[in-house]
Design a binder for this molecule. Structure first.
Ligand code: ADP
Ligand code: MG
Length: 259
């Protein structure tokens, strides 16, 4: 099967996945699947295993038990990583201080190994321009990455993954450290990628309000999956059970800022 040709299928599947750090289960018997075209949010309190789940989905680590499949292929033998875009939580300090422009960071997404003439190949600049435009930072292309806001850095990282034309975009708390206006811009970009470009989005988020507004499907995890279904079917009780707090506090206090 050629994953690139598969459109109407499951992008990501966890089957009975347990992951242990030493003797501690970070995830226990987690099963869910993300269908092509979905905007899938993973929610859960700190330490609930969200980043571990992302690392497993990206094949950066392998399950202690169970199996992770990408586009129907076990993650351990999956080799079409160009189909999977990844946006980390924030740029790490070294990366954000690196004396590169926004355009250079985005162009870096095209890098596939040493190719002395690759940079000048036809089409490469166009796709970088298009990606900058899709995330709405084309005016910042020549600015130093260290001189733009955290929200704009996050959009540059999204653009960097878009140049490879992924079918699945995975984001680990992309809103962390981004101000309210920046967050709305970020979510609006993700919504457009999902609805207009048909990119499947898997977003880990602390922002319950945004998840309820943006996501089509939600998985709430606390080491194991405690809710999985359409976002509108999630009840106040499920949210309160997950976080151990009343719903109104969850939506209005500072709990969902990243710690
Ligand atoms: P989240 O992203 O939801 O905050 P993580 O996946 O980072 O959760 O962590 C899940 C659990 O695994 C936590 O209890 C955390 O302390 C533990 N953990 C994470 N990374 C490591 C590690 N490298 N070594 C040992 N334990 C870890
Ligand atoms: Mg995390």
């Amino acid at each position: 099967m050629n994953p690139a040709q598969a459109t109407d299928m499951i992008c990501l599947e966890f089957s009975g996945v347990t992951y242990r750090y030493g003797s501690v289960d970070a995830l226990s018997n987690v099963s869910f699947s993300v269908e092509s075209g979905d905007f899938f949010a993973v929610m859960g309190p700190n330490g609930s295993g969200k980043t571990t789940l992302v690392r497993l989905a990206l094949g950066l680590t392998t399950p202690t038990f169970g199996e992770v499949k990408l586009f129907g292929v076990p993650a351990s033998s999956f080799d079409r990583w160009d189909l999977v875009g990844y946006v980390p939580q924030t740029m790490d300090g070294i990366h954000s201080q690196f004396p590169a422009t926004v355009r250079e960071i985005v162009t870096h997404g095209l890098y596939k190994g040493f190719d002395p003439f690759g940079f000048w190949r036809r089409g490469r600049n166009e796709i970088v321009d298009r990606s900058l435009k899709i995330v709405g930072i084309e005016d910042l292309a020549g600015r130093r990455i260290s001189a733009v806001s955290v929200g704009q850095q996050q959009r540059a990282l999204i653009a960097r993954s878009l140049v490879r034309q992924p079918k699945l975009l995975i984001l680990d708390e992309p809103e962390a450290g981004v101000d309210a206006v920046g967050q709305e811009q970020l979510y609006s970009v993700l919504r457009r990628l999902n609805t207009e470009q048909g990119i499947t989005v898997l977003m880990v988020s602390h922002d319950i309000g945004a998840v309820l507004r943006q996501a089509k499907t939600v998985a709430c995890i606390n080491r194991t999956v405690v809710f999985h279904g359409p976002a509108h079917r999630m009840t106040e009780k499920e949210l309160s059970d997950l976080y151990g707090l009343p719903m109104d506090m969850l939506l209005h206090d500072e709990l969902h800022e990243h710690r």
